[in-house]
Design a protein around this ligand. Structure first.
Ligand code: SF4
Length: 462
């Protein structure tokens, strides 16, 4: 029996609202089409992808060296570097820094790592106000739900719902749905939060070993404002964000925005190379949280190459039709279906099956991760770990028994061709047979392929 938090259950709840499911599918396909157009403007696109893949592979196979070099360079620039082995350590480090500086109000720009570590609720439990300043993140924060997409966190939300939400939370006009009006209202509200914040927390898109600097990409400039006003900047990053050299950055910046939203470049790609002034502080928290284990795995190491562009989500036929929340994981979609089981195989055992194995995710991935192959590998691991539901396990056993015996397979085919047209319809289409809920069986052929083949050989005199 699938649990209430399994992908099939949550996806079923999402598709109940057919209008929303179709609208969600179209919205993401629009972004995917924009990505295709943008990629086609770069004749050397495939070479760029290959180059990015090689750089990431190099960085991951020299990770220890890269991180040490990064730490030395960052410290030389006056940045304080901290190491966290897991989410709990990360949260503790951030809290200590905030408390040491008497901070009660924080503005945060988009960071999937802090989502992964559940930093917001942790800080709120310690009486620290955290405001997510990316518009989409702020919307989901006000809705008290997690992001459903790593680049477009509120993509599941319609503008009418945002109008209602803003009316209730910040007093915009009732029934207002004009995006410009709503964005302006959000801007005014967030401006006050920026002005009163005592610290800014950001994520990190790229950390450069050679220079000890970091790069944060946003379209709204919120990371820039959030780190320009307060005196304390804390940047939180997974250890896989490292790239070797400054000149590698050009490869990734060209790929990232085009893959994510079809833009030629993210509006703000801000380079941080140390505290702003003498009385300011800049800290970087390097977080492992299971990444070393992934690095040690031959099967899944390449998933660490991910630059979190979201392209695999936009193209995935399952993600588009089931919504990001159905994955019940910080990172949803195809790459999340690799990372989720790696962190907790039992909790996320259904995710590798949320995949048609069409391979579209691997085709669009700017760093050439073999996503669909890794998902396929996860399926066999789920079986070996005994995490497959009984119904699926038994039906696979039955199928294997038939497929292993040609005589039984032929006999079963004969029986099916004879009986299927005669069986009452309710036997295939009833409440218990999920298969029949959205499918129609084709008419049973009169002969098997084998019989047709033999007949053809005969008539051709072979
Ligand atoms: S796996 Fe590839 S396509 Fe998916 S988010 Fe990561 S970099 Fe983008």
């Amino acid at each position: 029996m699938a649990s209430a938090t399994s992908h099939p259950k949550k996806a079923a709840a999402f598709v109940k609202d057919l209008d929303r499911a179709h609208w969600h599918d179209r919205a993401l396909w629009f972004v995917r089409a924009k990505r295709d157009k943008a990629a086609k403007t770069i004749p050397e696109w495939e070479e760029l992808r290959e180059c990015a893949s090689q750089i990431k592979m190099y960085a991951m196979t020299h990770l220890g060296e890269m991180l040490t070099q990064f730490e030395e360079q960052a410290q030389a620039r006056g940045i304080q570097v901290h190491w966290a082995k897991d989410a709990a350590e990360h949260n503790q480090i951030v809290l200590d820094l905030l408390q040491m500086n008497d901070v009660k109000k924080v503005v945060k720009s988009k960071s999937m790592l802090t989502e992964e570590c559940h930093l917001n609720p942790y800080l709120e439990r310690h009486d620290i106000e955290v405001v997510d300043t990316d518009l989409g993140e702020w919307i989901v924060q006000l809705r008290e739900e997690p992001p459903s997409h790593i680049v477009m966190p509120a993509i599941h939300t319609k503008r009418e719902e945002i109008g209602e939400l803003f009316h209730e939370k910040i007093g915009t006009k009732k029934g207002a749905t004009d995006p410009q009006y709503l964005t302006e209202a959000a801007r005014q509200e967030l401006r006050q939060k920026f002005l009163s914040a005592e610290a800014g927390i950001t994520g990190v898109n790229f950390a450069i070993a050679e220079s000890g600097g970091i790069v944060v990409c946003t379209n709204e400039g919120n990371a820039d404002l959030g780190t320009s006003l307060p005196k304390l900047h804390i940047a939180c990053m997974g250890i896989e964000k490292i790239i070797p050299r400054v000149k590698d950055l050009g490869v990734f910046l060209r790929l990232l925005a085009r893959s994510a939203t079809g833009q030629p470049i993210t509006t703000y790609s801000t380079h941080f190379h140390g505290p702003r002034d003498q009385d300011c502080q800049m800290h970087i928290v390097l977080v492992d949280n299971g990444r070393s284990e992934l690095l040690a795995s031959d099967d899944f190491r390449r998933s660490l190459n991910c630059i979190r562009c979201g392209a695999c989500m936009n193209t995935c036929p399952v993600y588009r039709r089931s919504g990001g929340h159905s994955y019940n994981n910080t990172v949803p979609g195809p790459i999340g279906s690799i990372l989720g089981p790696a962190s907790d195989p039992a909790k996320h055992s259904t995710l590798p099956y949320a995949c048609s194995l069409c391979g579209s995710c691997s085709d669009v991935c700017p760093v050439k991760i073999n996503i669909h192959e890794q998902l396929y590998t996860w399926r066999s691991k789920i079986v070996l770990k005994g995490l497959l539901p009984t119904s699926k396990r038994l039906s696979m056993k039955f199928a294997s028994a038939v497929l292993l015996r040609p005589w039984l397979y032929q006999f079963a085919g004969k029986m099916a061709r004879f009986w299927l047209p005669k069986l009452p319809r309710f036997l295939a289409y009833n409440k218990l047979n999920k298969w029949g809920w959205q499918r129609e069986l084709p008419d049973a052929p009169k002969k098997s392929f084998r019989e047709m083949y033999r007949q053809r050989q005969k008539t051709q005199g072979k």
